[in-house]
Ligand binder design. Structure first.
Ligand SMILES: *[C@@H]1O[C@H](CO)[C@@H](O)[C@H](O)[C@H]1NC(C)=O
Ligand SMILES: *[C@@H]1O[C@H](CO)[C@@H](O)[C@H](O)[C@H]1NC(C)=O
Length: 350
């Protein structure tokens, strides 16, 4: 990698110094997206896409379910720690998201949401359009607490993470004849990218300047995707991974165009495709032993209500599993992804 190691070195020194002195590197962290980053917004909705019951959360700080689709922390939780925050941005719909807590950021993400608003509608989740609506409401609240000029500096100094697209493909496009008969994967990607582009421009107009967007993961390697779409029950679905790569290339090109067009915007594309694919193809290199089967239940399909306390076969220790349930990485994987994001996102912290 051509990356300047002296830049990384001086950044790490700065990081260790700031974080050791209890000073977060940025004023706030806000998160938008789907179940990979939902910390409990769906608990407050009438949806079948939920994770607020055991065994979800069994390895979390509180050892209890919170609505995170994971045994423990999400990548964005580790990111909050890496940025020096002592608390995680709370779910916007939760009772914790009030008063001064709002000042260090909140989480708007909703399981089964996506760039395509109808994906969220299908599951009664919070669409990205509505997440942005909540963000506007959030801004009004922050202005009331600290006044306009301080609020504006919080909004422009904050880091925003957008993580979506998986549900659009796996929980909508591939299983929805109204979509897959009407559009090729390439055309559907273009629709998602248009919505992504509009979302970023709206967020920019509202004052955001430091935005990180995650790529699609290798969706063909999600345990549930292998079970549903693969002819060989042990191989990643090549076509799905190809669609993800193609989407990611469009995401990258569009992000660079947005960055050139919108002055003062720092938009970083966080690649989670390759790091996750590396874990899946060479799990033992990183201390994992199981990448095909998830920990929960049979590990081949279960997520949300199908992954529950009565699921038969749930593993007793998820630390060596790449996936926690049929769709979602384990805490151990999230830690690795988040450390990678920190390196990829250094420019957001200047
Ligand atoms: C985006 O494109 C740039 C330049 O072509 C490349 O260096 C980078 O690796 C790409 N990033 C991702 C996440 O694909
Ligand atoms: C899980 O396994 C790891 C080592 O693989 C070990 O360090 C850890 O203590 C175990 N956790 C539990 C809850 O048994």
């Amino acid at each position: 990698m051509e990356f300047s190691s002296s830049l990384l070195g001086s950044f790490l020194l700065f990081w260790v110094f700031s974080v050791a002195h209890g000073q977060p590197l940025v004023p706030a962290l806000c998160v938008f997206g789907d179940s990979v980053v939902d910390v409990g917004n769906n608990n407050h909705l009438y949806t079948i896409v939920k994770a607020n019951f055991p065994p979800y959360g069994r390895d979390f700080v509180s050892h209890s379910p919170t609505g995170r689709f994971c045994n423990g922390k999400l990548a964005t939780d580790f990111t909050a720690e890496n940025l020096g925050f002592t608390t995680y941005p709370p779910a916007y719909l939760s009772p914790e998201a009030k008063g001064k807590t709002l000042l260090t950021g909140v989480n708007f993400a909703s399981g089964a949401s996506g760039y395509y608003d109808r994906t969220a509608q299908l599951y009664h989740a919070i669409s990205l359009t509505q997440q942005l609506g909540y963000y506007k409401e959030y801004q009004t609240k922050v202005v009331k607490i600290v006044g306009k000029s301080k609020a504006i500096s919080i909004f422009s100094g904050a880091v925003y993470i957008v993580s979506a697209g998986s549900s659009d493909f796996v929980q909508n496009y591939y299983i929805n004849p109204l979509l897959y008969k009407a559009y090729t994967p390439d055309q559907f990607s273009d629709i998602l990218i248009q919505s992504f582009s509009a979302f970023i421009q709206n967020l920019y107009r509202l004052g955001a300047r430091k935005i990180g967007v995650t790529t699609l993961p290798p969706i063909g390697c999600l345990p549930a995707a292998i079970t549903l779409f693969s002819s060989d029950s042990n191989q990643c679905v090549v076509k799905l991974n190809r669609d993800a790569v193609s989407f990611n290339n469009k995401l990258n090109t569009t992000s660079q165009a947005l960055q050139n067009k919108l002055s003062g915007l720092n938009l970083v594309v966080f690649d989670i495709y390759q790091p996750l694919l590396d874990l899946i193809t060479k799990p033992t290199d990183s201390g994992f032993f199981e990448a095909r089967k998830a920990c929960c239940g049979t590990g081949t399909l279960e997520t949300s209500y199908l992954c529950n306390a009565k699921s038969v076969g749930t593993c007793s220790n998820a630390t060596e599993y790449v996936f926690w349930d049929g769709f979602h990485p384990s805490e151990a994987t999230n830690k690795i992804l988040a450390d990678d994001l920190l390196v990829q996102g250094i420019s957001l912290l200047s």
